[in-house]
Design a protein around this ligand. Structure first.
Ligand SMILES: C[S@@+](CC[C@H](N)C(=O)[O-])C[C@H]1O[C@@H](n2cnc3c(N)ncnc32)[C@H](O)[C@@H]1O
Length: 249
């Protein structure tokens, strides 16, 4: 096992300018959405070609050439849980302009995750936000939304929309909608298309400060006895709820 390779991947895991991509789907999405991949290694480059032909024809013919071949045991040294597709890579994180994200005039909501705790949840939120063409995902709290485990949960879709951690929500003229089990049933009103949709942490929900600042508080209806939905599930339910105001034009 090459020490240099192991060291570079270990350093990349801690480097907030880099993203570690684990598995075929993460690498596929990163490439498709324009990531600058600086290093990629795979135990079976021909498997990547077969997967690309089946699942990503847009990348077929170029996958094997993008990776250097290493042994299977080497892949095990580069990721805590070796991906079954035997590929890991390092890419540069794109620069994110948070002010531009807030000012973005397209009729698309921004997802704000307040102090999310679970990497898999953060990744699943990014994945569904990308699918729903949200304007971006912002997180508060200590956790890095670009952590390799979050990237794995998002299948690399961090490259499809802006994703950033912020200390607090920057000012802007987007309406702030608190998504909270104690809110008004989301079916009874219309969500502004450019809203900041704020979701709370897995254990504690939204902070009193955020609830106080919110322009409205909206709930996903649930059967009696169910206390709440999982964070990422609630992001999916709201983004695909059809509860947004009609687009103009
Ligand atoms: C697991 S829940 C937090 C549960 C927390 N004990 C609470 O009471 O808010 C995580 C986040 O998902 C969202 N959420 C979950 N179920 C919801 C529902 N039925 N309506 C609105 N938001 C919900 C909220 O943003 C919540 O803060």
């Amino acid at each position: 096992v090459s020490d240099g390779l192991v060291r570079r991947f270990a350093a990349a895991r801690k480097d907030r300018s880099l993203a570690v991509l684990e598995g075929f789907h993460a690498l596929k999405h990163a490439i498709r959405f324009g990531a600058e991949v600086t290093e990629a290694v795979a135990s079976d480059p021909q498997l990547l070609e077969r997967l690309a032909r089946e699942l990503a024809p847009d990348l077929a013919g170029s996958m094997a050439a993008r990776v250097s071949e290493v042994g299977e045991e080497e892949i095990g040294e580069l990721a805590p849980l070796a991906p079954r597709t035997g590929v890991v890579a390092i890419a540069r994180r794109p620069a994110v302009d948070v002010a531009a994200m807030i000012a973005d005039m397209r009729p698309a909501p921004l997802v704000l995750l307040e102090d999310p705790r679970t990497m898999g949840n953060m990744g699943a939120c990014v994945r569904v936000a990308a699918a729903a063409e949200a304007a971006g995902v912002l997180t508060t709290g200590e956790n890095d939304p670009w952590h390799p485990d979050a990237l794995r949960g998002a299948a690399g879709l961090h490259f499809a929309l802006p994703v950033a951690r912020v200390d607090s929500l920057p000012e802007g003229e987007r309406p702030l909608i608190a998504i909270d089990p104690e809110g008004e049933d989301l079916r009874t009103g219309e969500l502004p298309r450019r809203a900041v949709l704020a979701f709370g942490s897995e254990r504690y929900g939204l902070s009193p400060k955020l609830l106080e600042h919110a322009d409205a508080r909206v709930a996903i209806p649930m059967r009696e006895g169910v206390s709440s939905l999982n964070l990422a599930t609630s992001v999916a339910a709201v983004l695909f709820s059809g509860a947004f105001e009609p687009s103009i034009g």
